[in-house]
Design a protein around this ligand. Structure first.
Ligand SMILES: Cc1cc2nc3c(=O)[nH]c(=O)nc-3n(C[C@H](O)[C@H](O)[C@H](O)COP(=O)(O)O)c2cc1C
Length: 329
């Protein structure tokens, strides 16, 4: 168990959420919650003064929703009204996927973390493109993944016209193909395949590097990506861990334990690659202080996922207000 660093605000799960999660299971609760939000949308505006210029265009807030919260794309409309600067939807694959067996999502409250082995369940990228109606005031980024280079390129080409940017996920810890795809040489080949067809900003989502060697590899991977004309990186995905509470027995850890790894990675990429790369920081951003630290480390934007599961739909607004009061902005 990783204890939260001193001075970092502790975020505990809402007792009502904890109770319902125990009865329904966290995945069913999440689905019910999304449907409720769609039927009774909340309309929240981020505080003024947080606007940021990115390759996707001007964002009203640097806080985005990370991939995986809405895996179907059916709830983007409702989620776009919660005060995010952008919402990442997916990850989508070319064909629909059922994902791994259940249970595949569990809270680890004491660690301020969540463990999941969802296995990329999604309706397929074409279904999303067909049903997505667009949103106003908030940018939308599609996260895509696949089993082969050809699948990545086809997914990218299929989705790019209906969204503001594409995030290319080569870092799902329970997806064997993702693990093969993340070598710097393979990422260069992928970027070369995308170069000819790309009309929207492209970000690559990387795994959390734990050792100095893995950090070097991640930097090489991002360099290969931007050298081929791609725009930036989303750092980072979940950490592979044993998870006896899930059917698969292993999964990806998200939340507070990722914070120090995310900060190290963002700092190193910024130092190594300079201003030519746009960085979206994600991993353990639960409060405004976490967001402030990520932005100070060199991120252009931040994304949240576990904070939404712990703090609820007001998380982007609460974090934005805390960010302003931290006076980094
Ligand atoms: C339930 C769940 C599902 C996720 N699904 C995806 C996904 O489909 N694609 C992806 O790139 N990342 C996915 N992630 C990873 C998150 O986008 C994010 O990178 C990670 O959770 C770290 O951020 P956090 O500490 O704010 O949660 C998922 C995370 C969780 C908890």
């Amino acid at each position: 168990m990783v204890a939260p660093k001193q001075g970092i605000l502790s975020v505990r799960i809402n007792p009502a959420v904890k109770f319902l999660a125990r009865i329904l299971g966290p995945e069913l609760l999440h689905g019910a919650w999304l449907r409720l939000l769609k039927s009774f949308p909340l309309e929240l505006e981020p505080p003024r003064g947080l606007e940021v210029e990115t390759r996707m265009g001007k964002l009203r807030s640097p806080i985005g929703l990370a991939a995986g919260y809405d895996k179907s794309g059916k709830y983007v409309g409702a989620l776009s009204k919660l005060g995010f600067g952008y919402v990442v939807v997916g990850s989508f694959t070319l064909k629909p996927r059922k994902g791994h067996p259940k249970p595949r999502l569990a809270y680890r409250d004491a660690e301020q973390a969540v463990v999941n082995a969802m296995g990329l369940p999604n309706p397929g990228v074409r279904e999303f493109v067909k049903s997505f109606k667009g949103v106003t005031g908030c940018k939308v980024v599609a996260s895509i993944t696949g089993d082969t280079l050809e699948e990545f390129v086809e997914c990218f080409a299929t989705v790019q016209d209906v969204v503001d940017a594409v995030e290319v996920n080569v870092s799902c810890p329970t997806h064997e193909a993702s693990i093969r795809m993340r070598r710097p040489e393979t990422v260069r080949e992928l970027a070369e395949g995308l170069r000819g067809i790309k009309s929207k900003p492209a970000y690559i989502k990387i795994p959390p590097p734990l050792t100095p060697e893995e950090m070097d590899d991640v930097c090489r991977l991002v360099k290969a990506w931007v050298d081929c004309g791609m725009d930036g990186v989303t750092a980072l995905n979940t950490l592979p861990v044993d998870a006896p509470e899930l059917a698969l027995g292993r999964g990806g850890l998200s939340g507070r334990p990722l914070r120090p790894i995310m900060l190290r990675t963002v700092r190193r990429i910024r130092e190594e690659l300079g201003e030519g790369v746009e960085i979206n920081a994600v991993g353990g951003i639960m409060t405004g202080r976490d967001a402030a630290d990520a932005l100070k480390a060199g991120a252009n934007t931040v994304q949240i996922m576990t904070a939404m599961l712990f703090r609820g739909p007001r998380a982007p607004i609460l974090i934005a207000k805390e960010l302003i009061s931290d006076k980094v902005w």
